[in-house]
Design a protein around this ligand. Structure first.
Ligand code: CAA
Length: 379
């Protein structure tokens, strides 16, 4: 493993850091409080090439590797995890899936706009009764010859209200179980497609999460990605890469909280000295630093596996499992280091603590990651 970043990777990391400091930080508390989607900021991230980072430039992307994407995710997440999940879903779950499995017509029509950030996408797998148990899809896409008739409900969909393009996973042939599932490209505004109310969330409050309702929605057959019955494999392959993005998000949240705690501990005085001089605080910082560094190696390793064409199901799952645990533990400790101030919004750590929790839930809960890991090591 060689994590000596190239000059290009270092420049990209710095660009993301500067963007996060200058553009995301100023409004982050207000957006969190009001559940306000970072519309202008997303547009700027599109202009910087952050929304289609790994996509071939011929489809409007930046043509970069997964490690560069992870570096950007980490830097954005230190400041604003709501903005970074929008980046993650668009890159990993929408653009990657379309570029890897879509046909030329689909790429021309949708990928170019998604990768350049002109529009954003959503990935629609979860349902009221199919979260972790993703094969139990109740949404149906019934084959009607030249089109599918889509009916059902999706839940907790990131970019649910703001997306223009939705990749919807649905059951076509119940008898075939997961092999009878398809993935369809659905455009906003299609008749019968309704966006449900916005969820009022604990964390990542700037990103918009909605349920979606489909009532006899007609989706042309040419909007199916891959062969008939490929939808579940599509979801699994796409999520395997998505988990690397969320692992990087968790890493960034942890690192952001740690940096704030470190700085605060050198300024705040108690018992006649800076609190960093008290072993109770210094040891917390030592633990945080060590765990974050370990998480970083796992996240970068998973990204490198993907870039080298190695299998990344296992390394991605391990990276997400561990980095999300570190994000949760580090942010709780960062609030503790800040004492009373940690409980106050202006100090940012309470938001990072709330944001950290979702990294243990979406794109496969920690328990699901343990299923993926244990199956992989036991097979
Ligand atoms: N790559 C390719 N195929 C895979 C795969 C992978 N990584 N993992 C599973 N599959 C295939 C299997 O090979 C099998 O197909 P075949 O029978 O044809 O071989 C099929 O998928 C079913 O696999 P399993 O029998 O293992 O299925 P299972 O029901 O036991 O469990 C699971 C699979 C891993 C638990 C899966 O259901 C899962 O990952 N669940 C979590 C779902 C999830 O991550 N949801 C997140 C929602 S999206 C989100 O959060 C986005 C957002 O907004 C941020």
């Amino acid at each position: 493993m060689d994590f000596n970043l190239t000059e290009e990777q270092l420049l990209i990391k710095q660009a993301a850091k500067d963007f996060a400091q200058n553009e995301l930080l100023p409004g982050v508390i207000e957006r969190d409080e009001l559940q306000k989607f970072p519309k202008n900021e997303v547009q700027k991230m599109g202009e910087l090439g952050f929304l289609g980072m790994m996509v071939d430039p011929k489809y409007g992307g930046s043509g970069l590797d997964t490690l560069s994407y992870v570096l950007v995710m980490e830097e954005l997440s230190k400041i604003d995890a709501s903005a970074s999940v929008i980046v993650s879903v668009n890159n990993s779950l929408v653009c990657w899936g379309l570029e890897t499995y879509g046909n030329e017509e689909q790429k021309e029509k949708y990928l170019t706009k998604l990768a350049s950030g002109q529009i954003i996408g959503a990935f629609c797998l979860s349902e009221p009764e199919a979260g972790s148990d993703a094969t139990s899809q109740k949404t149906t896409a019934i084959d009607q010859g030249d089109h599918y008739l889509l009916n059902g409900t999706k839940n907790w969909i990131t970019n649910g209200g703001t997306a223009d393009v939705y990749l919807v996973i649905a059951q076509t042939d119940k008898e075939k179980k997961h092999r009878g599932i398809n993935v369809l490209i659905l455009e906003k505004g299609t008749d019968g497609f309704e966006i449900g109310p916005k969820e009022n969330k604990l964390g990542i409050r700037g990103s918009d999460t909605h349920s979606l309702l489909f009532n006899d929605v007609i989706v042309p057959k040419k909007n199916r990605i891959g062969e008939d019955g490929f939808g579940f494999k599509f979801a699994m392959k796409t999520l395997a890469g998505g988990r690397i993005g969320i692992a990087a998000q968790a890493l960034g949240i942890a690192a952001g909280a740690y940096e704030l705690a470190l700085k605060y501990s050198k300024q705040r005085k108690a018992f006649g000295t800076e609190i960093s001089n008290h072993q109770a605080i210094a040891f917390k910082l030592a633990d945080m630093h060590t765990q974050i560094e370990a998480a970083r190696y796992l996240v970068y390793k998973a990204a490198c596996d993907k870039d080298k064409g190695h299998d990344y199901d296992l390394s991605g799952a391990m990276a997400k499992l561990y980095a999300s645990k570190v994000a949760m533990e580090t942010t709780v400790e960062a609030v503790q280091v800040h004492g009373g101030n940690g409980f106050v919004k202006e100090y940012h750590v309470e938001r990072l603590m709330r944001d950290a929790k979702i990294t243990q839930i979406y794109e496969g809960t920690s328990e699901i990651q343990k299923i993926v890991i244990s199956r992989s090591i036991l097979k």
